[in-house]
Design a protein around this ligand. Structure first.
Ligand code: ARG
Length: 561
């Protein structure tokens, strides 16, 4: 619709001999649908008063034979704004054409995009810090896929870092004189051993050194340590998968940093030949400082003087592998914003050394905070396990009403997901937010359950319609709802272009408020058949939009609630 309005206005400008491409925007004034503010720019270009130009445009527009079809009213307000109210016919024609369109009218794309949105460390359970990355990353994946792109999700496990050496050290202590093959332990053992060892390393320098030595040997491919590594990996990764599954977060590849180690020989051979790689005190480094940097970006170390590889090396190796296997147009990282300097370094090394020329973008996500507005911690100061947060949300919702206690298990899980995801996705991904379980679980307010409830409530009102929308609009709230529905295509396009799922979340909330208002004002039961038919068509489409967008955010609709 906006495109149509811009076209007719541009036609008008041309007739008036103004050379200018104008823009029409949604108006935030009450009772005005759209506005055009370009009389001000034209005034500068053509040395006239903006009010005069605006009047000239409106008068000329009224001469257009399409005027009646398009507009209910167009007027000028001082000092030069053009206010536009569109005709009911234009709204309904646009709505009819939108309803015929695939993909809710979003434009199609065709890129290959790798998305890195996991990053949990093996041997440690998922914690609250992994929540935003997973939820936002999956939503971006869903949106880009919906738009037609070929997306590839990779979990990028931290499976060969310091924690592995520490846990192996602990195991060797607990199972002395046992053949590695015969050592057996379970997940509980792992969950106790990692924090124990991590604390011990902080206290005892000798233990720390011994653990680091094991890690180094493991990274060099020690076959004995590898036996234990595999046992740890199996237990831990199946637990990590279980939680991701619960959140409906999925990856096409479960690669880890250890997989990057496999390409190191060829990559290092290549890097050794690159002039920008220099030796500094025995270490291999690349300078990545650039002229316009506002902060100091230190050189990136890619191999230590003792030959050891680092976090950055594994990310470079992963880029190397992704390029070879998928040849993507773009690689997206949804990772904690606090790693942004690190990613700047890695991306610059990848460009400078010619490892990868495509787009590399880090979407740094904010943190989930506690009441003190600091990253969520348990009472004892540790990171809160993601599973415990999920349990707490579930309990909160169950205790909200006594009916919730007997809820269908699957429905309950869908609602818990909606609470977690909508709380998260309504915020710009870069921002931190305070997790207020009580507030986010309510059925009223800007919450997941509110949107789900709106959908279910409207679904109950739907009857049958003949599929033919008339040219009528019956009242203001009806008009508001139809106009809001017309925004859906551009909402998806914008969320996708910016990689910002919160644009969809906020639209979902606004649409739900209007739709609730609509059915509370227009009591379906007492209406004439023809009006009922129109309303049924509009509300059916409304629910199609709600459901499709919720799915993009990873939220599914329960049978009842
Ligand atoms: N495992 C890392 C950490 O715990 C996060 C990995 C993020 N992804 C990446 N490609 N570096 O900090």
């Amino acid at each position: 619709m906006i495109e149509k309005l811009e076209n007719i206005l541009n036609e008008t400008l041309k007739n008036l001999n103004y050379e200018y491409k104008t823009k029409v925007v949604k108006s935030n004034m009450d009772g005005v649908d759209f506005q055009c503010d370009d009389a001000f720019k034209l005034a500068k270009l053509y040395h006239k008063a903006p009010f005069m130009i605006a009047e000239e445009i409106v008068n000329q527009l009224k001469e257009n034979e399409k005027f009646e079809n398009y507009f209910k009213e167009v007027s000028v307000s001082k000092p030069g704004f053009i206010n536009i109210n569109v005709s009911d016919k234009l709204i309904n024609d646009s709505l009819k054409s939108l309803m015929q369109k695939d993909k809710l009218g979003a434009t199609l794309e065709n890129e290959t995009i790798v998305i890195d949105y996991g990053g949990p460390n093996v041997a440690k359970p998922l914690h609250v810090g992994h929540l935003r990355t997973a939820i936002i990353g999956q939503a971006i994946n869903n949106i880009l896929k919906f738009k037609g792109n070929h997306t590839i999700g990779d979990v990028h496990l931290g499976d060969i870092g310091a924690q592995m050496g520490q846990v192996i050290y602990g195991i060797l202590n607990d199972f002395p004189n046992t053949k590695y093959e015969d050592i057996e332990f379970d997940l509980n053992y792992l969950n106790v051993t990692y924090p124990k060892m991590s604390a011990l390393c902080k206290e005892d320098e000798n233990v720390r050194k011994a653990c680091a030595e094991i890690t180094k040997k493991l990274q060099e491919g020690d076959p004995n340590y590898h036996i234990l590594w595999e046992k740890i990996y199996k237990l831990s990764v199946s637990d990590i998968k279980r939680i991701y599954d619960y959140l409906d977060v999925h990856f096409d590849y479960w690669y880890g940093e250890s997989d990057a180690y496999k390409v190191f020989p060829e990559m290092m051979e290549y890097l050794d030949k690159q002039p920008c790689v220099r030796i500094d005190n025995g270490a291999k480094v690349v300078d990545v400082k650039e002229e316009n940097d506002k902060i100091d970006i230190p050189p990136c170390i890619i191999q230590k003087s003792d030959g050891a590889y680092l976090y950055a090396t594994s990310d470079l190796g992963t880029i190397w592998q992704r390029k070879k296997d998928f040849n993507p147009d773009e690689i997206i990282y949804v990772v904690d914003a606090r790693q942004s300097m690190y990613f700047t370094q890695v991306f610059r090394v990848a460009k400078k050394t010619g490892i990868y020329e495509g787009k590399l973008i880090h979407y740094g996500n904010g943190t989930v905070n506690g009441k003190d507005n600091k990253p969520f911690k348990t009472r004892t100061g540790g990171a809160l396990k993601l599973e415990d947060l999920i349990k707490a949300v579930k309990e909160e919702f169950i205790n909200l009403r006594k009916e919730n206690k007997n809820m269908d298990k699957e429905d309950l899980d869908k609602i818990v997901n909606s609470i977690l995801k909508f709380a998260d996705l309504q915020n710009d991904l870069t921002r931190n937010y305070i997790f207020d379980i009580k507030k986010f679980s309510e059925v009223n307010g800007k919450t997941g359950p509110y949107i789900l409830y709106t959908y279910l409530r409207i679904n109950k009102l739907l009857t049958k319609n003949n599929g033919k929308l008339s040219d009528k609009i019956y009242n203001d709230i009806d008009r508001t709802l139809r106009l809001k529905l017309l925004e859906v295509s551009s909402v998806i396009d914008e969320a996708s272009k910016e990689r910002r799922p919160h644009i969809i979340a906020n639209y979902l909330y606004e649409l739900s408020v209007i739709a609730n208002n609509f059915y509370q004002t227009n009591h379906m039961a007492n209406l004439e058949e023809s009006i009922k038919n129109d309303y049924d068509i509009v509300l059916t489409y409304n629910n199609f939009v709600l459901k499709s967008l919720l799915e993009l955010l990873g939220i599914h609709i329960p049978k009842t609630m």
